[in-house]
Design a protein around this ligand. Structure first.
Ligand code: ADP
Ligand code: MG
Length: 360
């Protein structure tokens, strides 16, 4: 059990252009026991941060603390961390048992104690005890399904009884259904073990579902840090706004006029809490999640008025793309609404859920 802290953590990789800054003076405190997600697009520095916490990568500047100790110059094996990689990194020539026992063997844990820890972890991870998993412990990774390999990698991490788990996109090689199962499983496991966890993903749904708190990264920096609810409800900037949400937030350029935002000929009420705080004539970006619209075939004041351009079936709901004077506005509506492409439609965003940005 341990808190993680980084102080001005920086990592620059040399390249032809004089260096890529993968981590840019990161200051981060992750309390003991937290499930912390690092979310961001490919190349933003997630893996580099994880590898730096693990000690697999030396920082160019700054420090890493785990628990009370400054571990910046401590080798990986002495940091009390266990890492699970995207491709699981199991040893192909070793049995499942030997794979799980590996970190214990390296540490010189006595054989009988290794055996105990392997069995406990394997049983915790559902690798023993059922007909379908009988004999699994004696197999080599090549003879396991993707889901089973993933559990072996998790078992190896838990058997070592680390004070910190570092997960680098551990679910991304599983198919959609298994991935959801594994997600729930992982959340339960982390709750039970209460081990401080840093979970890297580029999948916003995964981060929202799993994490106590999420850091959204871009170009080696943290653009927002908050609970899933905070980053979903109140994205701090348009980057975060566009990254979080299963259907992307509408981000619409407009001008403040008479207490409204004028967007593509439609006058939309200013978001709650912004009235009187933005200057008349200011150029802004209005953020409106597709999930928070009401639609009507008849004109509604304060709504986007347009025509239905595209109707996409999402299963329990429909995603509409409206053409509003040449600007696309998306709204999710109930499957009972049956808007036809080409029909006129008014879409009213919920004023308590719209947001205003000046960083468009
Ligand atoms: P992510 O995991 O978010 O996709 P990475 O941490 O792998 O991002 O990479 C961050 C940046 O650092 C990228 O620009 C990447 O090209 C660069 N980078 C990562 N590892 C190395 C390396 N070993 N040598 C040079 N550049 C690297
Ligand atoms: Mg990565």
């Amino acid at each position: 059990m341990a808190q993680i802290k980084t102080v001005d953590l920086t990592k620059t990789f040399p390249d032809a252009a004089g260096g890529v800054t993968a981590l840019d003076r990161l200051n981060l405190t992750i309390p003991d026991g937290e499930f912390f997600a690092l979310l961001g697009p490919s190349g933003c520095g997630k893996t580099t941060l994880l590898r730096t916490l693990a000690g697999l990568e030396a920082p160019t500047g700054g420090a890493v603390h785990i628990g009370e100790a400054d571990v910046t110059n401590t080798p990986p094996g002495k940091r009390g961390v266990a890492m699970v990689f995207q491709d699981y990194a199991l040893f192909p020539h070793m049995t499942v048992t030997d794979n799980i026992a590996y970190p214990l063997r390296v540490r010189g844990v006595p054989k009988p104690r290794q055996r105990e820890a392997v069995l406990a972890a394997a049983s915790e991870l559902g690798l023993t005890g059922t007909a379908s998993t009988a004999g699994l412990l004696d197999r080599r990774p090549g003879a396991l399904s993707g889901g089973q390999q993933q559990r072996v990698a998790l078992a190896r991490a838990t058997a070592a009884n680390p004070s910190v788990f570092l997960f680098d996109e551990p679910l991304s090689n599983l198919d959609a259904r298994l991935r959801l199962e594994a997600r729930t499983f992982l959340k339960r496991l982390q709750r039970e073990l209460a081990t401080t966890t840093v979970f890297v993903t580029h999948d916003q749904a995964e981060a929202l579902a799993l994490a106590d708190r999420i850091a959204v990264m871009q170009s080696g920096r943290i653009r927002q840090l908050g609970t899933p609810r905070e980053v979903y409800r109140r994205p701090a900037n348009t980057f975060v706004a566009s990254f979080i949400g299963s259907t992307p937030m509408n981000l619409l350029e407009g001008i403040v006029r008479d207490g409204c935002v004028l967007v593509a000929d439609s006058e939309i009420a200013l978001p709650d809490g912004t009235v009187g705080r933005v200057a008349e004539g200011a150029e802004v970006v209005l953020g409106a999640r597709p999930e928070y619209f009401r639609v009507s075939p008849d004109p509604v004041a304060g709504a986007f008025g347009g025509t239905v351009a595209v109707v996409e079936n999402l299963g329990s709901s429909l995603l509409l793309t409206l053409d509003v004077a040449g600007t696309a506005v998306q709204a999710v509506v109930s499957e009972e609404e049956e808007p036809e492409p080409g029909a006129a439609l008014w879409a009213l965003p919920r004023q308590d859920r719209t947001l205003l940005y000046a960083d468009g």
